[in-house]
Design a binder for this molecule. Structure first.
Ligand SMILES: C[S@@+](CC[C@H](N)C(=O)[O-])C[C@H]1O[C@@H](n2cnc3c(N)ncnc32)[C@H](O)[C@@H]1O
Length: 377
């Protein structure tokens, strides 16, 4: 199987290259309104935002910034298939404007906007960002009553475009079966609180780009793609940044389309693409070995497992897991305009694929050690 991964360096306000009703899943993290680093990106050509901020009208600026995002949600509504999903990672913003401290509830505003566009809101995920830095106290410290709650979580808002997805008999149903996840993964991932995914350090040499990239950890789009789409589906990220969603789509056997205004992020996205084969092997192996450990512990505790996977000779809890395939990305070719990934089913005997050489990033990277990577970077 082959998948394609296209990136357009232009604004997602007009995603003309994407036909109507052609995207199965959107996974994204937009610039956060009222977080100062995004003021410029969200002001676009709208002087009203700058004026509102200058005149200390925080809630007006907040609303105007969301109206800009609304134009992109309109495009999202146009391109998502009936029964397709949208997963939006978003944090609320705290900010003092003209000496007045307030929370700007981005997640509520986006939820209402998506409902207005006809999406059905589904239970959301609270991403408790594990942080190694000490708690940041805001306000009057130890003295009541002027201290403020520290924001330690973000949201992953989930929407569906209409009713439940129906898979047709034949190849579509087969794809769905192949895309099953392990029972024990289901138990961990379909929880309304994720506390096991760390936020990440930014990773580019250019300070201004570093500050704007705000990449999320690979594990986040990876899980969402495995939870809400099938192999061979198309995933869109209208705010692709360093290409984390594209990389997650490559390692899970989905097509992807990305939009991004900052061309300076292209080398980082290319680097991600070329690392996909190695990463995908690591991810398949982690999932497979994780399941082996789960089986061992379960059987050791005296519990039984009724079913066996159809090719791995490995017990599974449910019949739904019997036909699951872990899709390995064997190779990635092409460039940032369009990459092609070649996939094959993972087997425990699969040899580790070599990193696809990318002459440009090789030159920049110098002496990076093979295998120097982490699933959570
Ligand atoms: C929070 S970052 C996304 C980071 C991304 N999830 C990653 O892991 O690298 C938001 C991105 O949206 C981009 N952006 C802002 N306005 C945009 C627009 N109108 N169309 C497309 N991209 C935009 C910014 O340049 C930034 O890279």
């Amino acid at each position: 199987m082959k998948t394609t991964h296209t990136t357009h360096f232009r604004s997602a306000t007009a995603m003309k290259n994407i036909p109507d009703a052609s995207v199965n899943l959107v996974v994204t993290s937009p610039p956060y309104p009222m977080i100062a680093m995004w003021d410029e990106a969200l002001s676009g050509n709208d002087p009203a935002i700058k004026k509102a901020l200058e005149e200390n009208r925080g809630m007006d600026a907040f609303e105007f910034m969301h109206r800009h995002l609304d134009t992109i949600w309109d495009e999202v509504a146009r391109v998502v298939t009936p029964s397709g999903f949208v997963a939006i990672n978003m944090g609320d913003a705290t900010r003092s404007i003209g000496g007045e401290f307030a929370i700007y509830p981005n997640h509520s505003r986006i939820t209402m906007a998506m409902i207005a566009k006809g999406f059905t809101p589904l239970p959301e995920i609270l991403w408790h960002k594990v942080s190694t830095s000490p708690n940041k106290f805001m306000g009057s410290g130890m003295l009541p009553a002027g201290a403020y709650i520290t924001q330690e979580h973000e949201y992953i808002l989930i929407f569906r475009n209409g009713g439940k997805r129906v898979f047709k008999n034949g190849p579509e149903k087969e794809r769905r079966k192949a895309s099953a996840i392990f029972w024990e993964e289901r138990n961990r991932w379909y929880s309304d609180t994720w506390s096991d995914i760390h936020g990440i350090r930014q990773e580019t040499g250019d300070k201004s780009i570093r500050q704007r990239s705000a990449a999320y950890p690979l594990e986040l789009p990876l899980r969402l793609i495995l939870m809400y789409s099938a192999q061979g589906d198309t995933v869109l990220d209208p705010f692709s940044g360093t290409g984390t969603t594209m990389q997650a789509a490559m390692v899970t056997g989905r097509h992807s389309v990305s939009y991004e205004t900052e061309e300076g992020l292209a080398p980082l996205a290319c680097e991600r693409a070329h690392r996909a084969p190695e990463l995908s092997h690591q991810i398949c192996r982690d999932r497979f070995e994780g399941h082996q450990r789960f089986v061992k512990e379960r059987l050791a505790s005296g519990k039984t497992m009724k079913h066996t996977h159809s090719t791995w000779n490995l017990p599974v809890i449910t019949a739904q897991e019997r036909e699951m395939v872990l899709p390995l990305a064997l190779a990635v070719t092409g460039d940032i305009v369009q990459f092609t990934a070649e996939h094959a089913p993972f087997t425990p005997e699969t040899p580790i694929p070599r990193r696809t050489p990318d002459p440009e990033s090789e030159k920049k990277e110098g002496t990076k050690r093979p295998g120097q990577m982490s699933l959570f970077d």
